[in-house]
Design a binder for this molecule. Structure first.
Ligand SMILES: Cc1cc2nc3c(=O)[nH]c(=O)nc-3n(C[C@H](O)[C@H](O)[C@H](O)COP(=O)(O)OP(=O)(O)OC[C@H]3O[C@@H](n4cnc5c(N)ncnc54)[C@H](O)[C@@H]3O)c2cc1C
Length: 497
């Protein structure tokens, strides 16, 4: 390995490292070489099982279809997240993927629903979401391809993260990525140019490269460690700093969604896979001790635990710059946002897409890094604000939740809430990962009630409005009625025709 100079050196082989390796192997010209170094002794973070629909695009770009992915990773379908007890004990709502209802004229659907709801306070927003209805009925089948009659269905996966990384590893190695097992002990850096030259392993080997991708997880060895890039701490808004993760035996029926249940000082996830269920409690150590956290988690499992709960520690926030000189960080090395909306794997994916878009040539133009960092900052901030919304708009009694209500919000988020509350309008930026419908569901679900709807939604007569809504509701319900159960859908994938 001594003399080889690689074009890309990826340090770390968790989900971030192997996603980057697979994408570079797929898209780089053949003559450009990619190396990856990882340490089995250090291992990976071992969580990260729920995704959002964009992951399908990543897999498709690699030529991996949904069925293969599900088979390789013991995966299940995820139609959204069910939020239980968030606005208050006993409350429940979905953030379901895809669209809700249908746009009419210039006005988004939810303004018609708001108009209707003013007369019928029980009118359920999610009765118009095919994904939410399918989730509630434990059914699934992909859209049957009627472009004239879109159902608005969208889905992602829940999968075994270790199997996903292993799958991508064989994909990447099969396309020429050179893997080295070993522990990086030092990083060779040229003070004059500011460029990293090589990573040094503890057995003396070194791996030299032109561009380095730091995928070392929370250690952030290159970007945070060697280059000393500071951390923007967001814990004043997102104070949860610990998690306990445990797998338990699966139960039937196999639900096609992730569940997030609010607890005294945090929340608990439940992610059903084919062979087991992943669970974890995310909590604030200032408000809950570890024993209380373990008790809360273990008394709220729906099957026998398969191991002891595993503790994890973190801090919400991100490295101020993700790309410095010839080093870019992806995954936990770039920052951490709690898994409330399953966004971490997506942020890896979009980081990779952005790298490919702004791919450096032999020498790295600093303007590329500046543009990458500008886009990345806005993307992370928008995701951060979406998470804060879940915590802020609550009516729960505990001190942890009262503090979340009273903590001043980032300006942009405060504006979004004010606008929605006053007018039902949803302010969305081009860099937003989450759609208008995603913001809508969480705002409504968390109990934010708009004072009015868009004036143009008054255009249909009451009879026309009733017919429009009834049709939309019937269309979603009929679509779901035609679907097999989630389990039957998965079973059919195991025995392809
Ligand atoms: C509690 C929790 C729950 C989560 N749930 C979700 C979820 O549901 N959905 C989601 O999208 N994301 C989730 N995430 C985030 C997700 O787990 C990560 O984004 C994802 O696994 C990527 O991790 P990584 O590859 O950056 O780091 P890691 O998995 O930690 O990998 C780091 C790699 O670097 C290597 N390494 C480190 N130091 C050295 C060294 N000195 N020498 C050599 N190699 C080294 C390690 O061996 C390893 O291969 C969750 C995170 C946490 C903490």
């Amino acid at each position: 390995m001594g003399g080889t100079m690689h074009d890309f050196v990826i340090v770390g082989g968790g989900t971030a490292g192997w996603m980057a390796a697979a994408a570079l192997a797929r898209f780089l010209p053949r003559e450009r070489s990619v190396a990856l170094v990882e340490s089995d002794a250090i291992g990976t973070v071992g969580v990260g099982e729920a995704t959002i629909p964009q992951i399908r695009l990543f897999n498709q770009s690699l030529g991996i279809d949904d069925a293969e992915l599900i088979r390789q990773t013991n995966g299940t379908i995820k139609l959204g997240i069910e939020f239980v007890d968030w606005s208050q004990n006993g409350s429940r709502y979905y953030h379901a993927f895809g669209t809700i209802g249908r746009r009419l004229g210039l006005v988004p659907f939810h303004h018609y629903w708001l108009r209707h709801q003013a007369q019928q306070p029980d009118a359920d927003l999610w009765a118009f979401s095919t994904s939410a209805l399918a989730a509630g009925a434990n059914r699934f089948a992909p859209d049957q391809g009627r472009p004239d009659l879109p159902t608005g269905l969208a889905w992602a996966f829940q999968f075994d993260a270790a199997l996903y990384a292993a799958f991508l590893r064989s994909y990447a190695e099969g396309r020429g990525v050179r893997r080295t097992e070993g522990r990086v002990a030092d990083i060779r850096h040229d003070g004059a140019s500011g460029l990293i030259q090589a990573v040094q392993l503890d057995d003396g080997r070194s791996i030299a490269g032109r561009f380095f991708i730091d995928c070392t997880g929370f250690a952030s060895m290159l970007l945070g460690g060697k280059l000393g890039v500071g951390f923007d701490d967001w814990s004043r808004w997102l104070p949860c700093d610990r998690a306990l993760a445990v797998q338990c035996e699966g139960v039937r029926p196999l639900t096609p969604y992730t569940r997030a249940t609010a607890r005294v000082a945090g929340w608990q996830w439940r992610i059903p896979l084919q062979h087991r269920t992943g669970n974890g409690l995310v909590y604030s150590s200032a408000h809950m001790d570890d024993q209380q956290a373990a008790d809360t988690l273990l008394t709220n499992l729906d099957g026998r635990p398969l191991s002891q709960p595993r503790p994890l520690r973190f801090r919400a926030g991100r490295r101020r710059r993700a790309w410095v000189g010839n080093c870019l960080a992806l995954g936990l090395a770039a920052g951490f946002l709690e898994p409330l909306e399953s966004t971490s794997i997506h942020l890896i994916q979009s980081g990779i897409a952005r790298l490919l878009e702004l791919l450096p040539a032999a020498d790295v133009a600093p303007a590329l890094a500046a543009e990458y960092n500008r886009q990345t900052e806005r993307e992370w901030q928008a995701v951060r604000d979406f998470l804060i919304l879940h915590y802020h708009a609550n009516d729960r009694p505990e001190p942890f939740w009262a503090e979340r209500r009273s903590t001043p919000l980032p300006d942009r988020l405060q504006h979004r809430i004010d606008l929605f509350r006053a007018t039902g309008q949803i302010a969305r930026d081009p860099d937003d990962l989450f759609t208008e419908v995603a913001w809508l569901q969480v705002m409504v679900g968390q109990g934010i009630v708009p004072a009015r709807h868009h004036p143009l939604a008054n255009a249909p007569t009451p009879a026309e409005l009733a017919e429009f809504l009834a049709l939309a509701r019937r269309h979603s319900a009929a679509t779901v009625d035609r679907m097999p159960s989630h389990e039957a859908f998965l079973a059919a994938l195991e025995t392809p025709a």
